[in-house]
Design a protein around this ligand. Sequence first.
Ligand code: F6P
Length: 357
Amino acid sequence: MLRIGMLTSGGDCQALNAAMRGVVKGLCSRRDDVEIYGFQEGYKGLIYSNFKMLTSRDFSGILTVGGTILGTSRQPFKLMRVPDEDGLDKVEAMKHTYHKLNLNCLVVLGGNGTHKTAHMLSEEGLNVITLPKTIDNDLWGTEMTFGFQSAVDIATDTIDRIHTTATSHSRVFIVEVMGHKVGWVTLHAGVAGGADIVLLPEIPYDIDVIADAINRRKAAGKKFTIIAVAEGAISKADAKLSKKELKKKKEKEKYPSVAYELAEKVQKKTDQEVRITVPGHTQRGGSPCAYDRVLSTRLGAAAAEAILDGEFGCMIGVKKNEMVRVPLSEVAGKLKYVDPKAPIIKEAELTGISFGI
Ligand code: F6P
């Protein structure tokens, strides 16, 4: 008997179900003695032994379905070693559930925080295989994560729709795109949607350069300017502050989000009317795009192969269009940032996009 535990952890995204389907189909096409234990709401299900037994039939018809059939939750890594309110040792509890069910492997679908815990469980002796899930595309060790392309499509569609309204009004439009630490979604949606200014956490902006770009567009007879800003975009001045100083400043300013802060600054500097659009969690919602369906199916099938090979302690990633097994020790705790010197930045600048620098 092959007993597989499975959980989805952290923020959801498109193609979580498609990836799990890939794993289960990949296993069941080769073995007819597979038992699947689906843990509810991420690591919480593993800690409190909350699971449901699933069959291959539960994974049929979910290729195109958004969200996750297992539910998910954020369980911060830094609290994993802290006992819960009843004094329960969470790490021991997870190990206990795994051994009680006599699992051969735990398949974990998640992003950065999730990978730190997955690595810890692997170090604690559990057989763990992970799949790279996040719209942010910021996981180290893989060129692509599933969810990213779907989110880019949605953010691009938002910018496209703003474009048609922008052609009717002389205004500055700000679209706030998800990504607190990294700007991959903003960069790709900004380029795909033809934004005029793209602001990323990795490239601190100068408000005077932004104002100058807007004023130059106006002087050239362009009626509007569209700014795609990542949630975590930061000004050059703020980037110089310590973490503590920045937190204090933000608490004092009380902007609902970065778009509101930027809108106020732009309005003051350019005297132009500014409007804000925040697509928020719609970027993680709905059916996965075709690219993500293919990617997650391939990743899932490759995870099944690794399980059948008995190779654990790794994330299945993508390198040069091949599915690869990357040791969790290389993935955990590292982020894949946008490189400000990457060719795509230069190419975007050549087409007239300003990064506010
Ligand atoms: O990590 C994925 C992500 O969507 C980020 O882009 C975003 O900043 C964050 O999650 C939002 O988290 P939550 O769903 O907890 O509000």
